[in-house]
Design a protein around this ligand. Structure first.
Ligand code: CO
Length: 409
């Protein structure tokens, strides 16, 4: 169980919102009404960082006979509940019952901020109202765009009026690869997760080189009526994000690229393509490939090999990157054996307005250090958020934020 948030009942919502915004030095990241409970919630992250626990949840009563209205009448404003996040709410409820503690409901109810919730009886918990919560799997909507050059599949999540964030997956993968990251970002952004051409549900087109990917990104934003967006790319998707920013600088707000290398030579092509033999895929990765692309997944590996063979003759030129104005966060795992961390440092140095974060123990595969995905998501989010600063060095998540440190890693 992790302490997720503190619930604070407020009699004067505007005054309490101003107070905590001033105290934390950050505006609330979300206001949400839960009509069934007659409550409006105002959420503050830890110093304004969405999803950083513990959060503050201001509770504003919509009516006097709502649960929070009755609490205010009898107890006055103040601490209302503490909430622990659990990975499996039903299992946690069974454990609570086995401890002889009473629950205030027989089944979880949908709460605010994407959580399913249940409360424990405060008489059984030292007079403190305790909430257990589990993050609901966010709803994804897939649209297949009939674009010139071939169909494009875009997977959408998050509020439609939130700032758009294009998410671009790695080679041989599809949009679903990034869900451990994109589902976090969907709390604050309109996530537009694209299957790059020739991957997932998007049709192959041309030779799949960087400009083809850049055009596919522009077309998918056109189809969604999105003029400008942030962009995040992982590995090959990072190259696609950079190519998009170079081709359409007026359409990019801020960029983040992870585990990305854009200057390929023949030796790296041979090393990479040696891993693309369909018969040699480890069963676990073959299962991912089948889930992303269906039974025709070996063709994706063949197309990727052709794409990679073309990379040495189609580099993204360093002098073009030097003109890129979008503020860019470069993140890299210091255990990346495919693209050693020095590649990320070189990309960072080639960009005029970049920051670098090196994540310890993380290899090239995102699954190589799952505990680093939360910190990675938070670094990207802090970079993309308006005026966002990188999380403080004192953050519990270990990360180094300078090129000098990276080079000694
Ligand atoms: Co709560």
């Amino acid at each position: 169980m992790t302490l997720d948030h503190l619930g604070i009942a407020a009699a004067d919502g505007d005054a309490a919102t101003r107070l905590f915004a001033a105290l934390l030095g950050a505006a609330p990241y979300k206001t949400e009404t839960v009509a069934r409970e007659g409550v409006t919630t105002v959420f503050f992250g830890d110093g304004g960082r969405t999803g950083a626990a513990p959060k503050l949840e201001l509770l504003l009563a919509e009516s006097e006979d709502s649960p929070v209205g009755r609490f205010l009448a009898s107890r006055g404003p103040g601490l209302h509940h503490i909430a622990f996040e659990v990975p499996d709410l039903e299992a946690a409820m069974a454990r609570v019952r086995a401890l002889g503690l009473r629950l205030l409901a027989d089944a979880p109810k949908p709460g605010a901020d994407g959580m399913d919730i249940v409360f424990l009886h405060p008489k059984d918990t030292a007079g403190v109202l305790v909430e257990l919560c589990q993050r609901r799997a966010p709803a994804w909507e897939t649209r297949v765009v009939d674009a010139p050059g071939g169909a494009l599949a875009v997977h959408l999540c998050g509020a439609e009026d939130a700032p758009a964030l294009v998410a671009l997956h790695g080679a041989t993968a599809a949009a679903a690869q990034l869900r451990p990251l994109t589902e976090r970002w969907a709390r604050r952004f309109r996530v537009v997760a694209l299957d790059l051409p020739g991957h997932g549900q998007s049709a192959p087109r041309g030779d799949g080189a960087w400009p083809t990917f850049a055009e596919a990104i522009a077309q998918s934003l056109d189809a969604l009526g999105i003029a400008r967006a942030h962009a995040f790319g992982y590995s090959m998707g990072g190259g696609a994000a950079l190519a998009f920013a170079l081709a359409h600088p007026d359409r990019v707000n801020r960029l983040a690229v992870h585990a990305t290398h854009v200057w390929w030579d023949e030796a790296l092509v041979r090393q990479f393509n040696a891993g693309l033999d369909a018969r040699a895929q480890p069963p676990a990765y073959a299962a991912h490939l089948e889930a992303w692309h269906g039974p025709a997944w070996p063709a994706v590996l063949e197309r990727t090999a052709a794409f990679v063979r073309a990379l040495p003759s189609e580099p993204i030129p360093p002098d073009a990157l030097a003109r890129l104005r979008a503020p860019t966060l470069v993140t890299h795992g210091d255990a990346d054996r495919l693209f050693p961390v020095e590649r990320g440092v070189a990309l960072f140095r080639a960009l005029p307005e970049a920051r670098l974060v090196v994540l310890p123990r993380l290899g090239h595969a995102l699954a190589s250090a799952p505990e680093q995905l939360g910190p990675l998501a938070a670094h990207v989010e802090a970079h993309l958020a308006p005026g966002g600063a990188l999380p403080a060095e004192t953050d519990a998540a270990p990360a180094r934020s300078s090129a000098a440190d990276a080079l000694t890693a």
